[in-house]
Design a protein around this ligand. Structure first.
Ligand code: CO8
Length: 260
């Protein structure tokens, strides 16, 4: 597939999606949002892709936000429409069956931070900077940041970030649970891919069901969420993966899961 603002490759069943607008620090314009939507639809329907790493091109930025020059002249209804398209994309990524790992290689600001928040986990390079600077521009987060950030780091720290508009270092992002790991810049993609490889060496049915359980359970009360877990747990026992996984343990060998 060919895109104007994206690079896309697949190796060992792991897709790498690179946002490629480095002159504008990979800022998200409408064209880019639509390309990402198209690409994630393709990935969702491609069973040979088992995991995704999402990153930005160049050394400076993952994504420095929504494109301010494009947003500047929007009317209120146009801005709402832009936010809706962005939110649909973020939900698509969040609910993609396959795990999505953000490799945050520099600035992840505003819509860029929100894009990383829609991924399942975030790995940051040591010099990455994250933040929600929307209030410095006279707006608020519009691609889910006011909702996903408090769910991830708690309301108090989320409010500090959303209301000061300050950028934080990768180390601080790690301390507050916003990123899972911080690594040297040249180790970033390897780290993200090695986590993806580790995930997909397990039962694919199991990892996809685990993602769904966390996502759906988070929106439910605990009793309904536990019922959903019990139901999914039961369903796993009707899979070949459960038979193979447990037989392999008892035979003292490595499981060979079929659905790859
Ligand atoms: N939009 C458009 N262009 C950008 C953006 C952006 N978000 N960020 C950087 N650029 C451009 C710059 O304009 C510059 O272009 P040019 O070379 O043509 O002048 C180029 O990228 C390089 O940037 P700088 O020269 O500014 O680089 P610095 O190293 O000096 O600074 C920063 C880097 C600190 C990242 C700085 O560029 C910056 O502050 N960028 C803006 C960050 C920001 O405020 N992001 C949030 C945007 S709002 C948002 O994301 C809301 C999301 C929800 C939208 C809902 C829709 C309604």
């Amino acid at each position: 597939m060919e895109f104007k603002h994206l690079l896309f490759s697949v190796e060992e069943q792991i897709a790498t999606v690179t946002i490629n607008r480095p002159k504008a620090l990979n800022a998200l314009n409408m064209e880019l949002l639509l390309e990402l939507t198209q690409l994630f639809d393709h990935i969702k329907n491609n069973a040979s892709i088992q995991a995704v790493v999402l990153t930005g091109s160049g050394e400076k930025a993952f994504v420095a936000g929504a494109d301010i020059s494009e947003m500047q002249s929007k009317t209120a209804p146009e801005a709402k429409g832009f936010s809706t398209i962005g939110n649909e994309l973020m939900s698509k990524i969040e609910n993609l069956p396959q795990p999505v790992i953000a490799a945050v290689n520099g600035y992840a600001l505003g819509g860029g931070s929100e894009l990383a928040l829609a991924c399942d986990l975030r790995i940051a390079s040591i010099d990455a900077k994250l933040g929600q600077p929307e209030v410095t521009l006279g707006i608020v987060a519009g691609f889910g940041g006011s909702q996903r950030l408090p769910r991830l780091v708690g309301p108090s720290i989320a409010k500090e970030l959303l209301m000061t508009g300050e950028m934080i270092t990768a180390e601080r992002a790690y301390q507050i649970g916003l990123v899972n790991h911080v690594v040297e810049s040249d180790a970033l993609l390897d780290k993200a891919k090695s986590i993806a490889r580790k995930m997909i060496s397990n039962s694919i049915i199991g990892i996809q069901a685990s993602k769904k359980l966390v996502n759906e359970g988070f929106e439910m009360d605990i009793q309904r969420a536990l019922s959903l877990e019990a139901e999914t747990f039961g369903m796993m026992f009707a899979t070949e993966d459960q038979k193979e996984g447990m037989a392999a343990f008892l035979d003292k060998r490595k499981a060979q899961f079929k659905a790859k």
